[in-house]
Design a protein around this ligand. Structure first.
Ligand code: AMP
Ligand code: MN
Ligand code: MN
Ligand code: MN
Length: 294
């Protein structure tokens, strides 16, 4: 019965900036009662094969996903691709380019931190990432480990953000490009944690319009599909606001914890509010895999 099905459609592993391996993440999600889990690492599909193998022996449907870094009107947004083909060449090449951008940004972050008196941060972040993508999270773990910051939250207040040491503006891909890659790989594009961008009402409306209609004529083949209404980083009011937006703009509603590991104990796998009344769940979309609609 669908109401009994537990969906968590946004999570991270060590393939990006999560702290659990893909297999451990899948086992933990299963133990938490999740029936359908999307692995959505930042700008990489490297964790999917391992996650799939782990899910094969369990009563858990693994949705291959990705979280693409996008620059829209000079700000960074995250667009999820749900149910993408992890072997799709243009998507893989796009992710590869974004990882190269991350590498360059990491070098600049390292230089800026060195100027602020913090040496060897790039090497430290690299150790944290174990050769996988380089994220600000890895710099954050380095800064906490070496006693420069009290916590990861402290880092995202006092370092690596606008006006603070180690800030470098990311230059990611265009929204239309991200939609192209996701659509081309057979996936459903979803705006991740929309309330986190702190947009004004009119800018949020413009974002959702542009997202939905990217590609112009026949946008159902080219444009965006969903809005992450329920998110580990939305409070109740934000959830209700995003639910209303998904209804008025006729986008499917998605739900995901954005789990990164047990270090943030307030974010749990599969412990999400249900979608508010009147939302059309993303698992009702035509392109949703039938087997995952249990
Ligand atoms: P990046 O994509 O490398 O710029 O890093 C962004 C990542 O940093 C996000 O995906 C989160 O995992 C993490 N992050 C951003 N802001 C915060 C915050 N305030 N507290 C903890 N983690 C954060
Ligand atoms: Mn992250
Ligand atoms: Mn995100
Ligand atoms: Mn995420």
């Amino acid at each position: 019965m669908e109401t009994m099905c537990c969906y968590d459609l946004h999570s991270h592993s060590t393939a990006s900036d999560g702290t659990l391996s893909p297999a451990t993440l899948v086992e933990k999600a299963h133990a938490a009662g999740v029936n359908v889990l999307a692995l959505t690492d930042h700008d990489t599909l490297d964790g999917i094969a391992e996650a799939r193998r782990a899910a094969a022996g369990l009563d858990l449907e693994l949705i291959p996903g990705v979280e693409i870094s996008v620059t829209w009107r000079a700000m960074t947004l995250h667009v999820l691709g749900l149910n993408v083909d992890p072997d799709n060449q243009p998507l893989l090449a796009g992710c590869q380019d974004l990882r190269a951008t991350r590498e360059q940004r990491a070098q600049q972050i390292g230089c800026k931190l060195a100027k602020a008196g913090i040496a060897n941060a790039l090497e430290g972040a690299r150790r944290q990432s174990r050769g996988k993508i380089l994220s600000r999270t890895h710099f954050a773990h380095f800064l906490v480990e070496t006693g420069r910051a009290a916590s990861v939250q402290d880092v995202f207040k006092n370092f690596l953000v606008k006006g603070k040491p180690g800030y470098v503006r990311g230059e990611w891909t265009a929204m239309e490009q991200a939609l192209d890659w996701i659509r081309g790989a057979g996936g459903l594009p979803v705006i991740a944690h929309p309330a986190r961008y702190r947009l004004t009402r009119s800018k949020l409306g413009a974002l959702v319009d542009e997202f939905r209609e990217a590609g112009g004529e026949g946008f159902r083949e080219a444009g965006g599909e969903g809005l992450e209404v329920v998110s580990g980083s939305h409070n109740r009011d934000e959830t209700l606001h995003m639910a209303a937006l998904s209804r008025t703009h006729r986008l499917f509603a998605s739900c995901g914890s954005d789990y990164h590991g047990p270090e943030k104990p307030w974010v749990k796998l599969g412990r999400l509010r249900g979608l508010p009344e009147g939302c059309a769940p993303i698992w009702h979309a035509d392109a949703w895999p039938v087997t995952a609609a249990a």
